[in-house]
Design a protein around this ligand. Structure first.
Ligand SMILES: [Zn+2]
Length: 307
């Protein structure tokens, strides 16, 4: 029933919310001439839609929540089998053959679905919850390439240090979608990609400190050992997570705040950034107003180097 309400509500909200044109003054991007080689200093960040980011320093490459094979809304609502969409991922991987680790915040399909293929093809390490690791291993990822982690652990990957933090998934209509124990492995239908224990990451890479979650709740406690971060990437897909932003910003004290997971991830990635009808970017702007940190946006596939 919730799925049908969600589908109707979604369909009723105008799709005319548009893309990032209105907010072009907030977009950060490197000049086109700077995008060939990894940066000598700092960390280059490329937004890949939904909550997916590529982080490249001089000698380390990390990927978070890759999701190229987008599924249409009705497949989510009706909990159908996902349809693989291998072309875009294959062409992207052709240009990005070296990835040291793939980090996954939780097991939902829009965060985990493409990770197994990427890990298999690049020999990257998968860093994720035990639930996400079980799903990935059932899809052919060798155990030697997986690292099952919990909040409080720290992982070193090349020259990066990854602090794994406990997190909470935001609620949609009062509950976390596709929650509960694993139902079957390998997963077959969209709701077989279950949440597991949600994670956030504080990543030290290229001399910078970057926090990323996939969304949160207003009572989230974020432990950064009292140190501010350079960039806070905060999922804002739902009202719950937008309400969590002021508290997260107060704890993280970021130089830059990048709202995430606010694009329409039911549309093909190739069709460009369009706001998710249920997202509310004006509310995000109000949520960060008066706090510390500069609000920024990134567009799909346009790298920006954080220095
Ligand atoms: Zn989720």
């Amino acid at each position: 029933m919730k799925a049908i309400i969600f589908l109707c509500l979604f369909a009723c909200v105008s799709r005319a919310l548009g893309g990032l044109e209105k907010y072009s003054g907030l977009i950060k991007a490197d000049p086109p001439s700077a995008i060939a080689a990894p940066p000598r200093s700092g960390v280059r960040i490329t937004y890949l839609g939904t909550n997916a980011y590529l982080f490249e320093s001089r000698d380390t490459t990390l990927l978070v929540d890759p999701y190229f094979s987008r599924q249409k809304l009705f497949r989510f609502a009706l909990r159908l089998r996902p349809v693989p969409q291998p072309q875009l991922l294959a062409s992207w991987l052709h240009d990005h053959p070296k990835i040291d680790a793939v980090l996954v915040t939780h097991g939902h399909i829009d965060h985990l679905y493409d990770a197994p293929q990427i890990v298999r093809e690049t020999c990257a390490k998968l860093i994720a919850s035990s639930t996400s690791v079980k799903i990935a291993e059932s899809l052919g990822v060798p155990a030697r390439q997986t690292r099952s982690v919990r909040g409080g652990q720290t992982e070193a990957v090349a020259s990066a240090v990854i602090h794994v933090l406990p997190a909470q998934h935001d609620r949609l209509f009062g509950s976390v979608p596709f929650n509960g124990p694993l139902k079957r492995l390998p997963p077959q239908k969209i709701d077989d990609w279950v949440t597991g224990d949600p994670l956030a990451f504080l990543i030290e890479i290229g001399g910078k400190r970057i926090f990323i979650n996939s969304g949160g709740r207003p009572d989230d406690i974020i432990s950064t050992n009292g140190r501010a971060v350079d960039l806070a990437i905060l999922g804002v897909a739902a009202r719950d997570s937008i309400r969590a932003v002021p508290h997260a910003v107060a704890q993280l004290r970021p130089r830059y705040i990048l709202p995430s997971h606010q694009d329409d991830f039911f549309r093909p990635l190739r069709s460009g950034f369009v706001f998710l009808p249920l997202s509310d970017f004006p509310a995000v702007r109000r949520a960060v107003a008066g706090g510390s940190g500069e609000l920024i946006l990134l567009d799909y596939f346009r790298p920006w180097t954080l220095r």
